[in-house]
Design a protein around this ligand. Structure first.
Ligand SMILES: Cc1ncc(C[n+]2csc(CCOP(=O)(O)OP(=O)(O)O)c2C)c(N)n1
Ligand SMILES: [Mg+2]
Length: 363
């Protein structure tokens, strides 16, 4: 398994390490903040945290351009932030405010931000594979060198869309990259109980797809492996499967009693492998303690600003619920707009102007 723990960290490599450390710290601060505000009742719906997995989001997205696409999962805050969505737009969305990235109508599991190529988190496990195959096919047809990255969990690889889309991307040689976050669990079930193999990357062999296994706690290792995959995809070499061995340090969702594993397992893994601590140790000499502290303080200030922004923003208007379900614009002459308006009038003939901003649940 590839990791970079003995590599010297100097020059541009050090700059890269600092950039990825900053991203990981921003994700950690965001998610610890989400946990706090969710438990305080500020965030409706459900939320799944990726604490422990930050190196995968940072190492992957640092390779990507804004025009490249990603598809995420129910555990997608880190992917979204790393791809370039602003902290304010994220937090306002989680707080169900009209200023959120999906106007407060999506929430944690349905965040999408097309302006940065983020095609969507997904409440449907394995829901991202078809989006990525489509985005990759579109890049080929439009003759661009864009790539599309699918983030997914180990559990998702037991579903049909994983197999169908890997096969399709392989035979059509599409510029897709499949980044598996193998965090040892799917909900309450250990992967050891749901598959007979240890390395899920072996499944890529069945489709004739290149694959690599990396230490998912090591952002450099993820960066390097995804970098090779991006290069291959951009130059017409087809898709790659990147298995990142990682760990989810929180419950499946906020509130999960975690009866299926020992508390010591979480402590042991995080004590040995916390990706942020590891990166700080790698950069240790070069980046002094004060500089580390500054990164944390910046991220905390950014998060506090985003919370204040969210709190001062209104909830979406109830009548907005009917808009944005289809592609199209808000020009009253647009047939999609007319259709959505008709639906609003049919289902909400006496709709009040402003609603409570509630979001759907389910996980
Ligand atoms: C099609 C579908 N089946 C079941 C679920 C319920 N569910 C939500 S998350 C999850 C486990 C996913 O595990 P994995 O793919 O390993 O991702 P992780 O949660 O570990 O990040 C399940 C079964 C769902 N959301 N969608
Ligand atoms: Mg999993």
């Amino acid at each position: 398994m590839a990791n970079t723990l003995s590599a010297p960290v100097e020059g541009s490599r050090r700059e890269l390490g600092i950039a990825m450390l900053r991203t990981m710290i921003r994700i950690r601060v965001l998610e610890e903040g989400i946990e706090k505000h969710f438990l305080a009742g500020d965030i409706p719906g459900f939320a799944h945290l990726s604490i422990g997995q930050e190196a995968v989001a940072a190492g992957t997205c640092t390779n990507l351009r804004t025009g490249d696409a990603i598809a995420s999962t129910h555990r997608g805050h880190g992917h979204t932030l790393a791809k370039g969505t602003s902290m304010r737009a994220m937090v306002a969305e989680l707080f169900a405010r009209a200023t959120g990235v999906c106007k407060g109508k999506g929430g944690s599991m349905h965040i999408a931000d097309f302006s940065v190529g983020m095609l969507g988190a997904n409440g449907v496990v394995a829901g991202g594979f078809g989006l990525v195959a489509g985005a990759a096919l579109s890049a080929v047809q439009r003759k661009t060198d864009q790539v599309a990255v699918c983030f997914f969990g180990d559990g998702a690889t037991n579903r049909g869309p994983f197999h169908e889309n890997l096969n399709l991307c392989a035979i059509w040689n599409l510029p897709a990259i499949f980044v598996l976050e193998n965090n040892r669990y799917a909900s309450t079930t250990s992967t050891a109980e749901t598959m007979k193999i240890v390395d899920v990357a072996r499944r890529a062999d069945g489709y004739g797809m290149a694959s690599v296994i990396v230490d998912g706690f090591d952002a450099f290792a993820v960066y390097d492996a995804v970098g090779v995959a991006v290069q291959r995809a951009r130059s017409g070499g087809g898709p790659t499967f990147v298995e990142c061995k990682t760990f989810r340090a929180r419950g499946h969702y906020i509130g999960d009693p975690e009866r299926y594993r020992a508390k010591t397992e979480v402590e042991d893994v995080m004590n040995a492998s916390d990706p942020i601590v590891r990166m700080q140790a790698l950069l240790g000499d070069a980046l002094a303690a004060a500089a580390f502290e500054a990164l944390w303080n910046e991220a905390r200030a950014e998060f506090a600003d985003a919370v204040a922004f969210a709190r001062s923003s209104p909830p979406p208007e109830r009548t907005e619920a009917f808009f944005g379900a289809y592609s199209g614009d808000r020009d009253p002459g647009d047939p999609v707009h007319a259709l959505e308006s008709r639906e609003r009038d049919r289902f909400m003939p006496f709709a009040p102007d402003v609603g409570s901003g509630s979001q759907g649940s389910g996980h």
